[in-house]
Write a protein that binds this ligand. Structure first.
Ligand code: ATP
Ligand code: ZN
Length: 818
């Protein structure tokens, strides 16, 4: 009898590929192990075993596998089941899900470039002979392909060796080097082990009396440590003792000093610190908790709808504690992990070292570590906090998923495939894992609230803020009149300036929100009307005053600000619109004494930049924080009494059927940062259109009213959650090709779906990085069988692929989203 495996290759192949294996291999292999397989012209790929069987493929002859890479599965069968759901629902291949789900180091192939990890301190005696050979080869040549390494050490089976070296942090794959984020190691010193006792120390100082420079180093170390009781870096010691690196090195060589390295950015929890007791819930939180538990008992997805600062996090903490008590794992999904230092600290405070953070910005090594800890159910990874990709971790005993801020649009991945929604995929994962799932938000998505209304989801509510602080008072400031009468100071109304002054005089803090970064979104010539465009994208360039640059926010294009118009040559360039940078600058001019900070993509690029701004605002080193929507995400500042929204209108006029819902959510979330701890907060919203329905609903805190309006609109215009949509995007450098390809596709779709096909239409930004884009939207009734529809669309795509004229046009699917 012959044996075969079907494997998942990390590439966009529609089908699993079959390879032949020996009987012994069949006995050894398990689903979820990796194998190295030949694919295409002499290429070796890492593939994942998905099925083991005895049926030979009919249309091709199965090749043999190259080798087995794992001793135990690294992926569970449940994951494979979940990944195939993701692939089929979001119309991509399971290989694409596999590729994005596992750390890059799991996917070595013959072409992968390997290099030495420059940050790592390698203990050579901890390496096996073979590992050492690889290490040595990389000392001589900085970068080698996997197949070259195989040749050097004369071994075909090189992948298992590389796998171990990756785990030991000795080597890196090339992709990793290109990651924008590099971990930083700081070098510290302490007194050597031998000199810890008084006697030994005395003897040492005596013996050093003839080496004044060395003894000065030792004395400086005492001074530094004595004063602040903390670890001393080599750099500090060098400066303090006015010595050189070589003197310190001599002392280290003599084992009088000992150096050690600490990663500065890793989320480490002080093991010595005792976890805090959970807070006692108030009666509203308690009631919500009971409702959630009752709903869990009925196996329902449950929505916790609690106003901002109602203490939802403490309810999650209770549920997590219960889950751990049952010996199960908990997953805490967040929209953007970079923005959550506050939350991580809060959870570590309760659960100590059981909290693991999974983060795409972490090194491969760290991601592999979390992966393995989750797989083997280590105590270090009982709670995983992570952004959307942590959904793909190898949980073996998942008891609870929390989707915090479930309404957030960043749960949707747009590029590359899988173009999935993490909340919806989490619901399916919970179902497959038979575990509880809680969605939480102060402003639930229309979809989730609809499911509550349909009684598909359970529901729990907290209507008041913790500590009975009132919801902030919201005031709309009509700036249309003020602008006409020229009574604005820059972009500030008198009312807003008064508010800021009053708050700051009381020793309170202010948050100002503007939805655009940069100084001004558009530069326009007042003579000829020309405004500089990005040469690669169909958008105007944004003016950034600080760098005196015009920048494209879609690609990285930038140019120096021109003195005169490129079209007509007149020196009449003017800015239109405004961004956070301008808000900051104007306010500083109006109130020079104010301490103002700014938080947007431009000020938070460095790894710690974000944390720094938050911390200095928390410590009240700043009076005012100006920022983009980064400010909205779950921040908890006690001293903010005023939130100012500079201009609500640009949010509302977005060309997306979710624009009004999003505006409501965004405004409610920013407003929610005001008055959280003691006294009632105030929100001032500047707008040209105070009668806009959404602004009225925001002022009245009327979520239900907003929901009713939106659901009616969605019903009328056939949008989710009442209808399903698939957006099909066509992409190519050639304008004409995109036109023809999309027209052909739309015509084919119309044969079956008639009026339910919209477009093709160019999106608002119809060219990005020199690629033209055109969209078709397919709408479906809820009861129309989804699988059949998708299969039909795929069939059209297959015919499309055979048409030579459309070669190279990319077809991209987005399900449920536009
Ligand atoms: N039971 C409790 N005992 C003491 N303090 C509490 C309790 N519940 C909440 N708090 C405090 O109230 C504040 C608001 O709570 P929390 O941040 O959990 O609200 P939230 O509902 O998650 O808000 P948002 O949706 O705006 O992020 C926090 O500072 C928190 O420490
Ligand atoms: Zn561009």
């Amino acid at each position: 009898m012959q044996h075969f495996i079907n494997v998942i290759l990390p590439i966009p192949l529609e089908k699993l590929f079959t390879y032949s294996i020996t009987k012994a291999e069949a006995n050894f292999l398990k689903i979820g192990m990796r194998v190295a397989v030949p694919f295409g012209k002499s290429k070796i790929h890492t593939a994942l075993v998905a099925e083991i069987h005895t049926t030979a493929p009919t249309v091709y002859e199965a090749k043999e596998i190259h080798q087995i890479l794992d001793d135990d599965p690294i992926v569970t069968e449940l994951q494979i089941k979940h990944w195939s759901w993701v692939a089929s629902y979001y119309m991509c291949s399971i290989g694409e899900v596999f590729r994005s789900a596992v750390p890059g180091a799991f996917l070595l192939e013959s072409e992968t470039l390997i290099l030495k990890n420059p940050e790592s301190i390698v203990q050579e005696d901890a390496l096996t002979d073979e590992e050492f050979l690889v290490f040595e080869a990389l000392e001589r040549q900085s970068m080698l392909k996997v197949q070259e390494i195989a040749a050097i050490i004369d071994k075909k089976n090189v992948l298992p060796i590389l796998k171990r070296l990756l785990e030991k942090n000795v080597i890196l794959t090339k992709e990793e080097v290109y990651q924008q984020y590099k971990p930083k190691l700081v070098r510290y010193v302490k007194l050597g082990e031998k000199y810890q006792s008084e006697d030994a120390l005395g003897a040492l100082l005596d013996s050093l009396s003839r080496a004044p420079k060395q003894s000065k180093v030792i004395l400086s170390l005492f001074q530094l440590q004595g004063r602040n009781q903390k670890k001393t870096t080599v750099k500090e010691l060098e400066e303090k003792s006015e010595s050189s690196a070589s003197i310190i090195k001599t002392l280290i060589d003599k084992e009088i000093l000992e150096d050690f390295f600490v990663r500065t950015d890793r989320v480490v929890f002080d093991a010595a610190k005792k976890p805090s007791l959970l807070k006692e819930l108030n009666e509203y939180q308690e009631k919500a908790l009971q409702d959630i538990e009752a709903s869990f008992a009925e196996k329902k997805v449950t929505l916790l709808h609690g106003v901002t600062s109602s203490g939802k996090t403490e309810v999650y903490v209770k549920l997590i504690a219960d889950c751990l008590e049952k010996g199960q794992q908990a997953l805490y999904l967040l929209p953007e992990i970079a923005l959550t230092t506050q939350l991580i600290a809060r959870l570590q405070n309760y659960f100590g070292q059981q909290v693991a953070v999974f983060h795409s910005k972490y090194t491969v090594h760290e991601r592999v570590e979390v992966w393995n800890n989750v797989l083997t159910n280590k105590s270090k990874a009982q709670i995983v906090i992570g952004a959307r990709s942590s959904l793909f971790l190898p949980f073996s005993n998942l008891g609870l998923i929390i989707v915090d801020e479930e309404h957030e649009s960043s749960f949707k991945q747009y590029d590359p495939a899988p173009r999935y929604h993490a909340r919806d995929s989490a619901i399916v994962l919970a179902n497959f894992s038979n575990c509880n799932i809680l969605l939480g938000s102060a402003t639930p998505s229309i979809e989730s609230f609809y499911n509550v209304k349909q009684q598909k989801y359970g529901y729990a509510q907290i209507n008041r803020r913790f500590g009975d602080v009132l919801m902030p008072e919201i005031e709309l400031v009509d700036i249309k009149e003020l602008t006409r009468k020229k009574r604005m100071k820059g972009h500030f109304s008198e009312r807003l300036l008064q508010g800021i002054t009053a708050a700051v005089e009381e020793g309170e803090q202010v948050i100002l929100f503007q939805n655009r970064r940069g100084f001004a979104p558009i530069v326009e010539c007042t003579t000829c009307g020309h405004s500089p465009q990005c040469p690669n994208c169909d958008v105007s360039l944004t003016y950034h005053q600080y760098k005196k640059q015009m920048r494209c926010h879609y690609c990285s294009y930038h140019m120096a600000l021109q003195q005169s118009c490129l079209a007509c040559g007149m020196a009449t360039l003017n800015t239109k619109g405004f961004g956070t940078e301008q808000v900051e600058q104007e306010l500083q001019q109006i109130m020079p004494k104010l301490r103002i900070g700014r938080m947007d993509l431009d000020t938070t690029r460095g790894k710690h930049a974000y944390e720094k701004i938050i911390t200095s605002f928390e410590k009240h080193e700043l009076d005012v924080l100006v920022g983009t929507q980064m400010l909205t995400k779950g921040l908890d500042f006690g001293n903010v009494s005023l939130v100012g929204i500079m201009n609500a209108d640009n949010l509302l006029n977005f060309p997306d059927f979710r624009a009004h819902e999003r505006s409501y959510q965004l405004l409610a979330q920013v407003s929610g940062r005001a008055g959280r701890a003691k006294k009632r907060g105030k929100v001032l919203i500047q707008t040209y259109n105070p009668y806009h329905q959404i602004l009225q609903q925001i002022s009245a805190n009327d979520y239900e009213g907003m929901y009713t309006d939106q659901i009616n609109e969605r019903r009328e215009f056939k949008y989710p959650p009442l209808h399903r949509i698939i957006k099909i995007t066509f992409k190519h450098r050639d304008y004409g090709k995109v036109e023809d390809a999309s027209a052909w596709f739309a015509k084919s779709l119309r044969v079956s779906f008639a009026d339910n096909v919209l477009g093709p239409e160019f999106p608002a930004v119809s060219r990005i990085r020199n690629q033209y884009l055109k969209n078709i939207v397919l709408k479906m009734k809820k009861d129309q069988p989804l699988g059949k529809t998708k299969a039909y669309v795929r069939k059209i795509e297959r015919s499309f692929d055979t048409i030579g004229q459309f070669k190279g046009v990319r077809v991209i699917y987005n399900v449920d989203y536009i």
